[in-house]
Design a protein around this ligand. Structure first.
Ligand SMILES: Nc1ncnc2c1ncn2[C@@H]1O[C@H](COP(=O)(O)OP(=O)(O)OP(=O)(O)O)[C@@H](O)[C@H]1O
Ligand SMILES: [Mg+2]
Length: 339
């Protein structure tokens, strides 16, 4: 059975819209205008046990809302979901012990206390057996290289160190399902890579089912083979990452380094110049025309070095977000007047 099953899931928020200015304030005393925000509309997908899936979409697409629904933090407006057979918003203790939600934007540890005290609290809450707790704690702190820092108040830690502590807290009770909402947000490249490497290793070891949102495509490339893309609260794509790359990567990059003084002026003839740092240049060209363009360039000019590159996933996904598939003009807000 699938670990996560989501069907027609919807979440709308009713928000009060205060008109601007003094007149507006006065008017709103008698006539309140509400707007319905459809954060998630008709979302459906299935995730198999042990899968690690990227959940991607532009700002405001509904990613965090979906994860909050699956973690049982908010009730849906309509639809169903089960995670490991549990309906998340029933908030059964049995379910709580089987999953974790990590939010990069939110601090879940006690700010003024050393992380170890939050970990101990977790041990109590999740009733983790002491030996098991100690083994898991030792393993996680050493994998994440923070053993020496667990007795230091959390507020004194760097963002990267704090994020690693958040991950430890989330993993102490051996969750089978892990929801990661932007776990590397704001981290420097080195910390980002450490978190990626850790997650990759740990997921492979423990075969957790993982749903990951991130705006950093490096995370996605490092960890996921399948991506679900959401926009305006609706799923736009669900499949292998390569499919998106294939479909939206009709262009590739040719990198050239010209021999001294051989840099031609009319490079635009061969493709779109995306970077110009003489004697180096980067051309964006249609994938299918690479052989002819390359041979034309090589026969005409003295070229020292040449390379063909895929466009970075970042660019491809950005293109996907602005494509017709994604940018359909859907009203996500309805305005309703109420007395
Ligand atoms: N509690 C709330 N009350 C009203 N509207 C909300 C609430 N939470 C989310 N929304 C709205 O729902 C929509 C989806 O928000 P959500 O946080 O799920 O997006 P997201 O995909 O996580 O975006 P981001 O990439 O910026 O984190 C947005 O338009 C947001 O303003
Ligand atoms: Mg979000």
């Amino acid at each position: 059975m699938a670990a996560i099953i989501v069907e027609n899931l919807q979440k709308s928020y009713r928000v009060f819209r205060k008109p601007s200015g003094f007149r507006g304030t006065l008017q709103s005393l008698f006539h309140r205008e509400f707007t319905t925000v459809h954060a998630v509309r008709n979302v459906g997908f299935r995730i198999e046990p042990g899968e690690i899936v990227a959940f991607l979409g532009p700002n405001g697409a509904g990613k965090t809302t979906t994860l909050k629904l699956l973690a049982g933090l908010v009730y849906p407006t309509a639809g169903t979901a089960t995670v490991l057979g549990h309906v998340p918003w029933l908030r059964e203790t049995a379910y709580r012990r089987r999953f974790s939600l990590v939010m990069g934007q939110k601090n879940q540890l006690w700010w003024d206390l050393p992380a170890i005290e939050s970990f101990q609290l977790h041990r109590e809450i999740y009733r983790i057996e002491p030996d098991h707790y100690q083994r898991r704690l030792d393993e996680l702190t050493s994998l994440l290289e923070v053993t020496k820092l667990i007795r230091q108040p959390v507020r004194e830690l760097s963002l990267g160190e704090r994020m690693r502590m958040e991950l430890i807290a989330a993993l102490l009770h051996d969750p089978e399902v892990l929801f990661l909402d932007e776990p590397t947000i704001g981290l420097d490249v080195v910390s980002q890579r450490k978190v990626q490497e850790f997650l990759r290793y740990y997921q492979a070891e423990r075969k957790m089912t993982v749903l990951l949102t991130s705006h950093y495509m490096k995370d996605v490339e490092a960890l996921c083979r399948r991506a679900i893309i959401i926009s305006h609260g609706q799923i736009r794509h669900d499949g292998p990452l390569e499919e998106i790359l294939d479909r939206f990567s009709s262009q590739k990059w040719i990198q050239l380094q010209f021999a001294n003084g051989a840099m031609p002026e009319d490079l635009e003839r061969f493709g779109k110049v995306t970077e110009l740092k003489p004697p180096r240049v980067k051309l964006e060209v249609p994938r299918t025309q690479i052989p002819e363009i390359l041979s034309a360039l090589l026969s005409r000019y003295a070229i020292e070095d040449v390379g063909v590159q895929e466009r970075p996933l970042e660019e491809v996904i950005a293109e996907f977000f602005t494509s017709d598939d994604c940018a359909e003009d859907l009203p996500t807000r309805d305005t309703v007047g109420a007395k």
